[in-house]
Ligand binder design. Structure first.
Ligand SMILES: CC(C)(COP(=O)(O)OP(=O)(O)OC[C@H]1O[C@@H](n2cnc3c(N)ncnc32)[C@H](O)[C@@H]1OP(=O)(O)O)[C@@H](O)C(=O)NCCC(=O)NCCS
Length: 176
């Protein structure tokens, strides 16, 4: 594993541990409840969060967190991770990224730092193609992906349904 060195004056990035999972779940569950950036309908349980963490790590995929200190407590302000993109053998060098910043910590450069370090990790682990799936209306994610050279592959129309409406999904890809 490469050493994680990115840091801002207020935040630092490191590999996630199981102890971070409850705070990661809180970030994910806020998005599940309020947005279409995550297509789940109901909250992720603590047990599901741990299962996700353990299977991601066991699968050879990285999970990074950006943390800061509030009242002497370390707080997880965002995370990035990779996961499998389809399951047949030939897809093993392709991974899909996830990137979530706590809503109170956005537009401070954390998404940029976590994606940058995730791509360093991806290269170190010999992944070849990184895929992003961005639901409609998420201009921030599209802008950020474009900044890193992701190419828009195409938009799948109405392949998601949430909050009683159909949602388009744009796929982006970066070859490492
Ligand atoms: C998308 C997301 C990860 C961006 O994280 P962030 O830490 O707020 O982004 P950054 O501060 O690093 O911004 C980097 C660049 O991304 C773009 N960007 C980020 N948020 C944006 C927004 N709301 N509107 C337009 N562009 C945005 C800008 O180009 C920005 O650069 P700038 O601040 O110099 O203009 C964050 O909004 C988030 O977690 N959203 C909910 C979950 C989600 O959509 N995840 C992605 C699924 S693919």
């Amino acid at each position: 594993m490469v050493e994680i060195t990115s840091a801002t004056p207020q935040y630092s990035v490191r590999p996630a541990t199981e102890a971070d999972v409850p705070q990661i779940d809180t970030i994910v569950n806020y998005e599940i409840k309020t947005s279409v950036s995550n297509f789940n309908y109901g909250p992720r349980s603590a047990e599901e969060g741990l299962t996700w963490f353990r299977s991601t790590v066991a699968g050879g995929y990285p999970i990074l967190v950006a943390t800061t200190v509030v009242d002497d407590q370390e707080v997880v302000a965002g995370y990035s991770s990779l996961g499998g993109f389809r399951h047949k053998d030939g897809y093993r060098f392709t991974a899909e990224y996830s990137l979530y910043i706590h809503h109170e910590h956005r537009r401070r450069g954390l998404g940029r730092i976590l994606l940058k370090d995730l791509l360093v990790e991806a290269k170190a682990r010999d992944f070849h193609a990184i895929i992003g799936s961005i639901s409609e209306g998420n201009e921030g994610s599209l802008n950020l992906a474009a900044e890193f050279g992701f190419r828009v592959v195409g938009t799948m129309r109405e392949n998601g349904r949430k909050f009683d409406r159909w949602i388009d999904n744009t796929f982006v890809e970066l070859l490492l």
